[in-house]
Each structure stands twice: as structure tokens, then as C-alpha cells.
Design a protein around this ligand. Structure first.
Ligand code: SF4
Length: 308
């Protein structure tokens, strides 16, 4: 019988789909909380009594960040405060009531800072050039000031695993540096601690979470600026790799936590000049004439990616 001719079968199928979706959403929530919690612990991001200013842009990542931090706050063994902060940059068409309404609905303490950086950026950057770098610089200065005014001890940003890896590639390709994005840092004015609790979270999980939670997303590109082309290419490359070789991005992130300075070429990190034969065998030492081998069974947390 055609499904539409059997209402009870249709209802059963709808119910099964609903349960499947609820199960998947629950799994995703657990994974997000676990990954964010792990990053917070691994890098001592938040401690007892911290006041965390969560920077909310209206994009999926910062909504996800606030959402997961609220869940962790409710169950964390340490007490900390959360204050959501949005900077209204006066981009044309920015729906100024969306975030306040959303945050009021959550019952979260928040602050909206209004500063017309849009006009400054438009004025300074020639037509057709990317405005994002000046825009973010201005935004950063304002957010640091707001953090001081609010007495925030931590500034939380919504950068995730894939942002960190894209930055790594960009620094290698264009900057000549082996450098990504730190999960925790002191701001350049020396006055703030900036944290990235989503450092372990895959972007695809944030996309799915935003869909599930139906966040009222506000696009950043209201100003008409295009995403930096090189960053877009790095992101596309990462997505393609992950599609062809699932697990590769987690391996890359793991590599950033497992650096071997003696096997890189930076003489500031390893004292090559004073290397001498010790006369003592070292089973862990380099086998200079052997090809690199990867173990059949990878260490815990590492997924071996097979080529070809
Ligand atoms: S897209 Fe527009 S608002 Fe977003 S960072 Fe770039 S210049 Fe700023």
C-alpha cells in the first residue's frame, strides 16, 4: 500500500524519525559538552570565581559556545559567571533586536555595545578590498575595553578546531611559520586572558547544533565584505581532506599537541649546535637511516589515515 494511504504507518514512521533525531541530538550534545569540558580542563581555561565574557557575534559558533558553556556552568564543580557581549557595529541591516531578545529569553546576563566601526572601516578601506582585518582589529580593542568595564577575568571566543587548523595552514603557506591559534592567551595589551573553549570542536558539529537549536543566525557579511580568499581556500582544503580521509583533521589537531622540536628545524627550540654522540643507546632515539613507520594500532586518541 502507498504510504500516504496508510495513516498509521505514516505516523509510526514519523515517530521513528523523531526519536532518531532526538537520539542524534542527545549524542551531539554529549559530544559537544565533553569536548568543550576537555579543552577547558586541558588548558585551565576557567577556574573558581571567574567572570567569563562570551563574545557573541550572532554566528553559529558563538551561539554554540554560549549554549554549551551554559550547560557546563549548570553542572561544573567550580562556580563561574557568564556575561554575553555583542558588539553592534552598525552594519546596514543589522537586526539589533535579535540578540537581546534571544538572550532575554535565555535569562542570561548580557551587554550590547554599540560602536559604529562600520563607517570607520568603509572610510579607510578602498572599495573592493577585504575589510575584515581592520574590522576585527577595531572590534578587538572595543571588546577588551568592555571586558575591563565588566570586570571580566576571561574573554571567550568561538573559534573551533577547523579555525585553528585553517590558521595553521595559512601561517605555513603564506606566513612561513609553524603557528596556529592558541587555546588560551594573554591579550596583546597584557590585561586580559582570552580563551577558546571550542578548540576541540569540529565545525560540522557546530553547524548541526545550530540547526538543532534553531539559533537566530545573523550573517557577518551584512557589510558586503567577502571572506578572505586564502582563508576560504584553506577551509575548502580541510573540508575536502576530511571528506576523503575521515579523521585527518583530528589527527592534525592531535599533532599540534604532540610537537617534537628535535625533529623540526628551529634551532631556537632545539640545541642542534651542542649535539654530541652520547655513547648510550636510546631505543626511543631517531633511526636516522630508517623510513618513518606508523603503528598498526595507533595510540589512544589517534586515528591513522590511510592514503590512496
Ligand atoms: S564580514 Fe564585515 S563585519 Fe564581518 S569581520 Fe568582515 S568586515 Fe567585519
Amino acid at each position: 500500500m502507498h504510504p500516504t494511504l496508510n495513516p498509521s504507518a505514516d505516523a509510526a514512521e514519523t515517530e521513528r524519525a523523531r526519536r532518531r533525531a532526538a537520539f542524534e541530538a542527545h549524542k551531539l550534545e554529549k559530544r559537544l559538552c565533553r569536548e568543550v569540558g576537555r579543552a577547558i580542563v586541558d588548558y585551565s581555561m576557567i577556574g573558581e570565581g571567574d567572570r567569563v565574557m562570551v563574545c557573541l557575534s550572532g554566528g553559529k559558533d558563538s551561539y554554540g559556545l554560549l549554549d554549551i558553556l551554559l550547560k557546563l556552568q549548570a553542572r561544573a564543580p567550580v562556580r563561574f559567571e557568564l556575561i554575553a557581549v555583542n558588539l553592534d557595529q552598525k552594519q546596514p541591516g543589522f537586526p539589533a533586536d535579535v540578540l537581546p531578545n534571544y538572550l532575554r529569553g535565555l535569562g542570561v546576563r548580557f551587554h550590547i555595545e554599540t560602536q559604529d566601526t562600520y563607517s570607520i572601516v568603509k572610510d579607510k578601506i578602498p572599495e573592493g578590498k577585504t575589510m575584515c582585518s581592520l574590522c576585527s582589529r577595531l572590534r578587538r580593542g572595543i571588546l577588551y575595553r568592555v571586558a575591563s568595564e565588566l570586570g571580566a577575568t576571561r574573554i571567550a571566543l568561538g573559534h573551533h578546531r577547523d579555525d585553528i587548523l585553517a590558521t595553521l595552514l595559512l601561517n605555513m603557506f603564506f606566513g612561513g611559520k609553524l603557528k596556529a591559534m592558541p587555546p588560551k592567551l594573554v591579550s596583546d595589551d597584557g590585561r586580559h586572558v582570552v580563551i577558546r573553549p571550542l578548540a576541540y570542536v569540529a565545525e560540522r558539529d557546530l553547524i548541526r547544533w545550530a540547526e538543532h537549536r534553531q539559533f537566530p543566525i545573523i550573517p557577518c557579511t551584512l557589510c558586503g565584505s567577502q571572506e578572505n580568499l586564502q582563508r576560504a581556500q584553506a577551509v575548502a582544503l580541510l573540508r575536502e581532506w576530511e571528506k576523503k580521509f575521515p579523521g585527518r583533521l583530528d589527527n592534525m589537531l592531535h599533532a599540534l599537541q604532540n610537537v617534537v622540536p628535535s625533529h623540526l628545524l628551529d634551532a631556537r627550540l632545539h640545541d642542534f649546535a651542542h649535539l654530541e654522540a652520547t655513547g648510550r643507546p636510546d631505543p626511543e632515539g631517531d633511526r636516522a637511516f630508517d623510513a618513518d613507520l606508523w603503528p598498526e594500532a595507533p595510540p589512544a586518541g589517534v586515528q591513522v589515515v590511510h592514503f590512496g
